[in-house]
Design a protein around this ligand. Structure first.
Ligand SMILES: NC(=O)c1ccc[n+]([C@@H]2O[C@H](COP(=O)([O-])OP(=O)(O)OC[C@H]3O[C@@H](n4cnc5c(N)ncnc54)[C@H](OP(=O)(O)O)[C@@H]3O)[C@@H](O)[C@H]2O)c1
Length: 334
């Protein structure tokens, strides 16, 4: 089958479209013919070797973390899916490889795709929608009336997180560039801060939750807009010791991760707020909830551009160089 493969870590090496063997299908796996896969900044970080310490994929490996497609075979123990089902998934982090014609995915990581979406739209969702769900529902327990700030509202995560937070009944603020202010208002944000014109920390106060996909100084300033007892959830880092424990990391790696977030956690403690790092995980159950919200019209995907499979390297470059105007970039499979 055709696949986009990382043969050597590093951005100059890039990815190559090549022939690879078909995947093995385990008893609990479904074999999916992939129709579309979306590109995430995570793909670029993996390709460039930035995640080698925590996601040590051995080269050569197939890149890609999101898919929509059709089940063409079900393992002997599969109970939830049948041949012909149209599904979407973010495969487990140990079994990535969606930039390919076929992939075997554990049934627990898969859900029926929203019926109201095309394959391209469905493929844009799993990783960013699961991230939004795990941040806002699982970690932050967002309730009606909570004040929630979502940075980078026009990004893959932001476009979905803003809509999910609104669905949960929150008052939602977001940050974005001038060009995307209208889009964020359309997605339901109550307060849109144009970061080219205003510093968010001067206009936002007493927030219960901040979702931060930017890190660095943006995260530091986010701690200032929380009310005492509020929570900042970082998805771009720094990682913390809880994440290292979740990974089963060695004591050395655990200490290194705790050290990376030491300054942020100390800053948070001084302001009587908390900081947590989130690294999303696969979940078919949560994708089922997301499908229901999409089909009920509560969440709609935002797709910036669709590239054919053979243009995969250009699609990665397009995302890597920040050319996407808003939302997700999707690849269609041969
Ligand atoms: N830990 C996890 O589990 C996890 C999961 C998903 C993503 N992530 C990480 O989260 C980050 C975002 O992911 P994504 O998929 O949303 O990326 P993306 O689609 O590339 O979006 C990034 C967005 O950032 C916006 N932006 C840039 N500078 C900004 C600023 N100063 N203030 C506000 N917005 C700004 C840009 O919008 P404008 O054009 O409007 O500036 C752009 O739309 C990446 O680093 C990714 O790796 C982590």
């Amino acid at each position: 089958m055709r696949a986009l493969v990382v043969e050597r870590y590093g951005d100059e090496a890039g990815v190559r479209a090549t022939e690879v063997p078909q995947p093995q299908v385990g008893a609990n796996d479904v074999l999916v013919r992939i129709h579309a896969a979306s590109v995430n900044p995570l793909d670029l970080k993996i390709r460039d070797g930035e995640f080698k310490a925590i996601l040590p994929y051995r080269v050569p490996f197939i890149l890609g973390n999101d898919l929509a497609g059709t089940v063409i075979r079900a393992g002997a123990a599969v109970t939830r899916f049948a041949v012909g089902d149209e599904v979407y998934a973010r495969p487990d982090k140990g079994r990535i490889g969606t930039f390919a014609e076929l992939i075997a995915v554990h049934q627990d990581d898969v859900a029926l795709k929203p019926i109201s979406l095309t394959m391209e739209e469905a493929a844009s969702l799993p990783l960013v929608a699961l991230t939004s769900w795990q941040a806002l529902v699982e970690r932050a327990h967002v309730q009606p009336g909570h004040k929630v700030l979502i940075h980078a509202g026009s990004g893959g995560v932001g476009t979905i997180a803003v809509q999910l937070a609104k669905h949960l009944g929150a008052l939602v603020a977001t940050t974005t560039s001038t060009a995307n202010v209208g889009l964020l208002k359309n997605l339901g944000a109550d307060v849109v801060v144009d970061y080219e014109k205003q510093a968010f920390e001067t206009v936002l106060h007493d927030y219960d939750v901040v979702l931060d996909p930017l890190g660095g100084e943006n995260l530091d300033k986010s701690l200032e807009v929380l009310r005492p007892g509020g929570k900042a959830i970082g998805i771009a880092g720094p990682p913390d010791a809880a994440f290292a424990r979740e990974l089963g990391a060695s004591p050395v790696l655990r200490a290194a991760m705790a050290a990376l977030s030491f300054r942020t956690r100390r800053r948070a403690r001084r302001r009587h707020v908390t900081y947590e790092f989130l690294f999303m995980r696969a979940s078919g159950d949560q994708l089922r909830e997301i499908s229901a919200l999409v089909d009920a019209g509560r969440i709609r995907p935002v797709v910036d551009r669709v590239f054919p499979f053979e243009s995969g390297p250009e699609a990665l470059d397009y995302v890597g160089k920040g050319h996407a105007k808003a939302g997700k970039v999707v690849l269609t499979m041969p």
